[in-house]
Design a binder for this molecule. Structure first.
Ligand SMILES: [Zn+2]
Length: 323
């Protein structure tokens, strides 16, 4: 029996995405209207503790927009779109919606609502530098991954959680048709800031698509599934294997040729300038996908990132990581 109903998820999600909240933080998202008892750190991040938990859950309150805008929702088949005049802000009000229902259902945890993720994870950076010692955090779960089913094991090419942790979490989240898988193609979110301090850090798919564009949309049915599944996970007893002081990189140099330090995809022009790209033709044949982008073909973020990671995985198999 579902505890969280799709109509409630739709209500909280659409209400919290009524306007965009660009960082630098021009105006506080009115989080107090939704959740009582929040504390605020000096930076402005919000924190709520429930019970005696070593699990931190994170989302961010800012959205990837340049100026605040009213959002005009278009709802079709349990998916929420905009009218095309703005982004939606499902990145990351989807994460906010999940944490709202976890708190409502009193799931023990350390709930962290970060500011300024979109402009360099500044809120979470402040937290790990100034606040983390006040807590005993053993795992960090961000709810800020696009698409369905990912449990992120690497961010920016760096290992963020162990396979054992990801496998067990996937197993516990799974329900009927809803399956999860280890995804090494994580780009960039708040839990990345914790990987030097906390053993197991991940990011989970929350069912938004085309983030940072006016074509952004949210699958509310999937979001409702997640809102319910997270209530039954045994968070405190998930396996803990990764040693945060040991860094494990996934073909970092090669990764950096595709993404900049903020996880943004580089352009073809940049790749041409890179010294180590000796044979331009080779690069361009394997980067067919970049050509599409250059020629203004439409290809969604997900397909593009998956294609790049496929290339990276293949090169890793060939020992490319030793360069
Ligand atoms: Zn995000």
């Amino acid at each position: 029996m579902e505890k969280v109903k799709i109509s409630e998820v739709m209500r909280i999600f659409t209400k919290s995405t009524e306007r965009t909240y660009p960082a630098p933080y021009d105006k506080d998202f009115p989080i107090g209207e939704y959740i009582e008892g929040l504390e605020k750190d000096e930076y402005g991040n919000y924190v709520l503790r429930i019970g005696d938990s070593k699990t931190a859950f994170t989302c961010h309150l800012d959205t990837a927009d340049s100026t605040p805008k009213k959002v005009y929702h278009v709802i079709k088949d349990n998916k929420v779109y905009t009218d095309g005049s703005s982004i939606l802000g499902a990145d990351d009000k989807a994460g906010f919606t999940i944490m709202y229902f976890m708190i409502k259902n009193k799931v023990p945890g350390i709930y962290l609502f970060f500011l300024e993720e979109e402009v360099g994870m500044k809120g979470s950076e402040y937290f790990v530098k100034n606040e983390i010692s006040k807590y005993d955090i053993q795992r960090v779960i961000s709810f800020d991954r696009r698409d369905y089913g990912s449990v992120i094991t690497y961010q920016l090419g760096s290992r963020c959680c162990s396979d054992k942790f990801a496998d067990e979490l996937s197993r516990q989240l799974e329900f009927g048709k809803l399956t999860f898988f280890k995804d090494s193609g994580g780009i960039y979110t708040d839990s990345y800031k914790f990987i030097e301090y906390v053993p197991e850090c991940t990011n989970i798919s929350v069912g938004y698509f085309n983030a940072h564009t006016c074509g952004e949309y949210q699958d509310i049915e999937y979001l409702t599934f997640i809102c319910n599944r997270v209530l039954s996970v045994d968070w405190e007893n998930l396996p803990s294997e990764r040693n945060p002081s040991e860094k494990e990189d996934l073909f970092m140099q090669r990764y950096n040729s595709f993404y900049d330090e903020k996880g943004r995809r580089r352009t073809v022009d940049f790749l041409k300038e890179e010294d180590f790209l000796e044979d331009e033709d080779d690069i361009f044949s394997e980067l067919e996908v970049y050509r599409y982008v250059d020629n203004n073909y439409k290809i969604d973020d997900d397909t593009l990132d998956r294609s790049i990671f496929k290339i990276l995985e293949e090169e890793k198999l060939e020992g490319f990581e030793n360069i």
